[in-house]
Design a protein around this ligand. Structure first.
Ligand code: PHE
Length: 387
């Protein structure tokens, strides 16, 4: 019985090994480098996936036009994870085991990068998240990198901004937080905001939570508005943020909303109601205020290629791909451990979103921008240097 079970176990253990050996052989003959991106191409965060895919695609096309790297062209394979963390893990598995991906780009949402990242880490395939900002994402392991800032920074930027905000000549002192309880991003960003705002002497009058997919928020909002916050921090994603704003306005709230990069979608102003005009959020890139020639060229080429303006997601997707390609070039090969080491050694890489250096925690130290929501666009408001 014992022996039997052991032989079944060893057969199971050998199965993935032998299939990865086959993939390994295939790899050696390929004249392309496979880049696997896992993104939410459908569902309530589809805008995240689409913008990021466009940015990555633009980078791949530019790289290939210049001849690729190591004499090979890049081939981009995109898997839709539908914004679901179980799907994210399967998508990364498929990209590596079936498509032979040698580097993984993704995800946007931190909860999904946490689950997809565990798969990449286990298989020793380097992953570069363009835009997942939760601190824990790169803690998954030494194969996981990102090219964006992290939420302790983003949260403190917005808390400072809130504390300095004047509404009708009055300084903001009372703020409320409305966060997505099931999202690593939202809870982490809420924490960072809360801590800094308190340290600066501000008063948190209420904190409520919702869940992704909720469509009614009045119960939480009416309790919150009774405490008379002068501003509401909503560290969520655009779909819920838009609905929350509509309900809060219906309940009579007239103050600004504040948020983080999860707001970055044209859906925020591409609605008839404009309930968020005059609100502010933090991001890593302002398309109307690029800070380098690479950023300027990116904005121009993106508009020409896709017929609409780029956003922060697209710019970070573009940079994630360029950073991965640069690491492969410096590694002189596509083997996971070599590319991982080259990624870790990334210093002063000139991307569209600024200069990227990877630190010992595999994070990028980046500055932030605050964007204002206008009638039909986001407008650059202010830049905040990394601390
Ligand atoms: N930073 C968000 C997260 O970690 C994702 C995001 C980035 C969304 C940039 C929009 C723009 O979940």
């Amino acid at each position: 019985m014992r022996t039997n079970r052991r032989s079944v176990l060893s057969a199971l253990a050998l199965a993935p090994l032998s299939s990865s050996l086959i993939v390994g052989c295939k790899k050696k003959q390929k004249d392309t480098i496979v880049v696997g991106a896992y993104l939410s191409m459908t569902g309530s965060e589809a805008e995240f996936g689409i913008s990021t895919r466009n940015g990555v695609q633009l980078a791949v096309d530019e790289l290939n036009t210049r001849g690729g790297v190591l004499g090979k062209r890049f081939r981009l394979v995109v898997e839709d994870d539908r914004g679901d963390s179980t799907e994210a893990a399967s998508a990364v598995t498929r990209l590596i085991d079936r498509e032979g991906a040698e580097v993984i780009i993704g995800e946007v949402a931190s909860s999904l990068s946490l689950s997809g990242g565990r798969v990449a880490q286990r298989r020793r395939i380097p992953m570069v998240s363009p835009s997942s900002t939760n601190e824990d994402v790169t803690r998954v392991g030494d194969y996981i990198f990102r090219v964006c800032f992290i939420d302790p920074f983003q949260g403190s930027v917005m808390a400072r901004f809130a504390k300095e905000l004047q509404i009708n000549g009055q300084a903001v002192q009372k703020v409320a937080i409305f966060r997505d309880e099931a999202s690593a991003y939202s809870t982490g960003l809420a924490r960072a905001f809360r801590e800094t705002f308190a340290r600066l002497g501000g008063e948190l009058v209420d904190e409520q939570s919702y869940h992704k997919g909720d469509t009614h928020f009045s119960a939480q909002l009416s309790g919150m508005l009774a405490k008379q916050p002068q501003a509401i921090f909503v560290p969520g994603y655009y779909t819920e943020v838009t609905l929350i704003a509509r309900e809060a306005r219906a309940l009579g709230y007239t103050g600004p909303f504040l948020g983080g990069d999860g707001w970055d979608s044209p859906a925020l102003f591409r609605n008839d109601e404009n309930k968020l005009v005059g609100s502010y959020f933090s991001e890593g890139f302002a398309p109307d205020h690029p800070t380098s020639p690479v950023g300027e060229a990116f904005v121009r080429n993106y508009r020409q290629r896709f017929g609409h303006d780029a956003n922060g997601l697209a710019a970070l997707g573009y940079d994630a791909m360029l950073v991965a390609a640069d690491a492969i070039r410096r590694a002189g090969q596509t083997d996971g451990p070599a590319v991982r080491a080259a990624l870790a050694a990334t210093q002063r890489f000139e991307g569209a979103t600024g200069r990227i250096s990877i630190d010992a925690q595999r994070n990028a130290i980046k500055s932030a921008v605050i964007l204002e929501v206008r009638e039909d666009a986001f407008r650059f408001h202010r830049a905040i240097e990394a601390t």
